[in-house]
Design a protein around this ligand. Structure first.
Ligand code: HEC
Length: 196
């Protein structure tokens, strides 16, 4: 019954460790979190117990042992995510960030591999070099095309990049007008406008 010993040891650690962490570290584990983790450990222990029941004989081969651990892992993570979505108290970060501003969402889109801006463009220190560095693009944009406002120039850069090709670069940027949703385009524009 090694599994029971492990479960008891982990639960003891959950209740003792937070006392040992100093307040200054910024880590706080309230009672609700400890109860929650205790329940998860009990749940995981129970699953392991089930998987080891004699009629299953699952731990006789390495792949089965690995598979069992994987299964319990997925089940426990699944339970945590489910609970996070049911109880706002334990809300995952994804939910918390729905309050992000348009510019923040634009930044996330810019660095999203599915959108791909950062693959060619650098902002601050991260990104590619096939396109111009955009760290100060809202400032640079003011002098790109006489008669076009900063916002209009940046819009044009997204919808028809070929209309003005920055010197020393090739005309390789794809137009994004029909690749992204109007929301995403608006957010990315807000982000670019903030890069002064
Ligand atoms: C395949 C590489 C590539 C991707 C992907 C790409 N760009 Fe570009 N981009 C370029 C190149 C090269 C230029 C310079 C040539 C030109 O002006 O068309 C450029 C120019 C720009 C400019 C004008 C910069 C200036 O200094 O005038 C902006 C703004 C811009 N891109 C934003 C974006 C945004 C936002 C995304 C993502 C939605 C993106 N780019 C995706 C390659 C890319």
């Amino acid at each position: 019954m090694r599994i029971i010993l492990i479960v008891v040891a982990v639960i003891a650690a959950i209740w003792v460790a937070p006392v040992l962490i100093s307040e200054d570290s910024g880590l706080k584990f309230g009672v609700s979190y400890r109860v929650l983790f205790t329940l998860f450990v009990l749940f995981a222990g129970f699953l392991f117990y089930l998987l080891r029941a004699p009629e299953w004989k699952p731990f006789k081969s390495t792949p089965r042992a690995v598979g069992s651990v994987g299964l319990v892992f997925v089940a426990v993570i699944g339970a945590i995510v489910l609970l996070a979505n049911v109880s706002p108290q334990f809300a995952s970060e994804g939910q918390a960030s729905t309050g992000a501003s348009s510019g923040e969402r634009g930044k996330a889109a810019f660095f999203d591999p599915g959108v791909g801006c950062f693959l060619c463009h650098t902002v601050a220190t991260s990104g590619g070099t096939r396109g111009p560095d955009l760290t100060h693009v809202a400032t640079v944009a003011a002098n790109r095309r006489p008669g076009l406002s900063v916002e209009d120039y940046l819009k044009e850069s997204l919808f028809s990049p070929g209309a003005y090709v920055v010197a020393t670069f090739d005309n390789i940027m794809p137009p994004f007008g029909d690749r992204l949703s109007p929301e995403q385009l608006k957010d990315i524009l807000a982000y670019l406008m903030s890069l002064r």
